[in-house]
Design a protein around this ligand. Sequence first.
Ligand code: F6R
Length: 265
Amino acid sequence: MRLIIKKDYRAMSKKAAKIVAEQIREKPDSVLGLATGSTVIGTYKELIRIHKKEGLDFSEVTTFNLDEYYPIPSTHPQSYHYFIHKELFNHINIDPDRIHIPDGLVKNTNAFCQWYEDEIKKAGGIDLQLLGIGKDGHIGFNEPGSSLGSRTRIKTLTAQTIKDNAQFFKKKEDVPKFAITIGVGTILDAKRCLLLASGKNKAKVLKKAIEGPITAQVTASVLQMHKELLVIADEEASSALERKEYYQHIEELTGKLKTLTLEED
Ligand code: F6R
């Protein structure tokens, strides 16, 4: 695991976008796993800028979104389908046939979830999975208690999540009680994971996720077992980490090692 600490949200977003852009430049037909939510908006803004100003080409990129509420129409302003189009897809040259987002109105959810898993496999697996972290430690919609080996499936949202979401819906009855989410096991299969955390309200949970024990009660903690995890956190989100200085020390020395290796070449 590598942890990079950046000054603030803007610097975190710029660094994350740079990594995604490098992935696409190295492998133009990359398969990206995408998250929604407030943490990733800055990263998407910066990717749009790189696309517009530096010509980053998304035409061969395939994407899989992590999750979607259920039931919800794709046109609903609170749907993740709506979000990802508004914040990213509408502004880049992505091929609509290469976009995959869980269907919030599908009738046979089990068959759909199996299809989603099969499509990820058919695409060659996820090269880079972008992740945010929920205050309860969830990744995707894998709420506390989710199996650490879980695959794409329909999940019942916790009472707290339903309560938190109520503010975004006009009527209480409209607040979704379920979501389709790729599983913790599906996330672990990604070749690289990039976890972002920003703000004071993520400090406690980030500490649990990367310095605490691996537990289904904090599904993000399983990322400690991933072979290529990069965490980018801002100062506030990393403020509770016990080994903060150690991570900074490692980053400094890794930078030096890179220079040495380049000099040897
Ligand atoms: C959304 C998702 C969630 C969010 C998490 C953090 O697709 O998978 O796990 O990443 O809830 O949300 P924000 O960024 O809004 O704090």
